[in-house]
Design a binder for this molecule. Structure first.
Ligand code: PAF
Length: 302
């Protein structure tokens, strides 16, 4: 199959290298003058050797001929990414959107009325050590599901993705795994960014009460949204990820450290917006949202 991957961040590059083993892959990047992209890929299994992949980029002919487009930009870049590719995107071509957080779905549905639309969420870990080097840092579950009726015809894409980077499964209601991932991100991302620590540091007792409260608030909102759960269930999920990714720096930790816009408005911010819609108080999440916004505002002062 012919893939165009929009966004050359760590997760986009990871899927690019894996898909390239069996399929034709090009990247679509923000730098529209770039025509190639090279990635030195270090596999998870230390026994396997580093391999260099070379990709074409920003080739409109390849985008027009793509059988599938995978958008891996951050949530706040989705609108721009779709606008950039729309002139070259053939109607009927499935588009998969994969990012941390929620809240871009409505816009994507509006901007892509003629394409089967799918969303995906992944717990795969990848880290860009520099411009060239990409480390695969952790195996994790990927879920994919349809966002519009046309997307339901593309269940086989779950099998295709599973063949190149397992485990990947289809979900009939993609909002279920999206909410679960949102809960994990609400717990881990702001705290690791505020305290500039690795994910594993959140296992310390000093974070217990704040993590419990964050998870309890998320559970109230999820239940009101039609995804009933308990704070303790979400806390267990978050604990598993904290342990499994103990050595990693979360994406928000890295964004704050490198003074980039974070995904807070699509993670905790989305939770707060849905809480408001249901008139639910989420004071602990609101406090960490404010702290991250403050840290972002401080960028300009330095
Ligand atoms: O955003 C991230 O870094 C990841 O989604 C997660 C699961 C928090 C692990 O670091």
């Amino acid at each position: 199959m012919k893939f165009t991957i929009v966004g050359a961040g760590a997760i986009g590059r990871l899927w690019g290298c894996k898909l390239a083993e069996k399929h034709q892959v090009q990247f679509w990047t923000r730098d529209s003058t770039a025509t190639t992209l090279s990635v030195d890929f270090t596999p998870l299994d230390s026994g396997q050797e580093l391999k260099t992949y070379h990709f074409d980029t920003n080739n409109t002919v390849q985008l027009k001929a793509a059988n599938c487009v995978l958008i891996t930009v951050k949530a706040f870049q989705v609108q721009q990414a779709i606008t950039d590719i729309t002139p070259f995107l053939s109607p009927g071509i499935p588009v998969i959107i994969m990012h941390n957080g929620m809240g871009s779905q409505q816009l994507a549905l509006q901007l892509l009325p003629d394409n089967p639309l799918l969303y995906a969420t992944t717990a795969q870990g990848a880290f860009r050590a520099d411009n060239l080097l990409l480390n695969h840092t952790g195996l994790g579950q990927t879920w994919i599901g349809a966002l519009n009726p046309a997307g339901t015809a593309y269940k086989h894409l779950a099998t295709l993705l599973d063949q190149v980077l397992a485990p990947c499964q289809w979900h009939d209601d993609i909002n279920t795994p999206l909410w679960q991932k949102l809960a994990i991100n609400c717990a881990i991302n702001p705290l690791t960014a505020i305290h500039q620590c690795r994910n594993g540091a959140l296992a310390k007792p000093e974070f217990d009460s704040q993590l419990d409260q964050i998870c309890n608030e998320v559970a109230l909102v999820m239940t009101a949204e039609g995804y009933p759960t308990r704070g303790s269930n979400l806390r267990n999920l978050a604990n598993k990820v904290i342990r499994a990714t103990a050595e990693n720096f979360s994406s928000m930790n890295q964004d704050i450290c490198q003074q980039r816009t974070t995904e807070i408005d699509y993670i905790t911010g989305y939770l707060i917006a849905r809480a408001e819609a249901h008139q639910i108080q989420v004071p602990v999440n609101t406090r960490v949202w404010q702290q991250i916004k403050q840290l972002e505002q401080n960028y300009n002062d330095q």
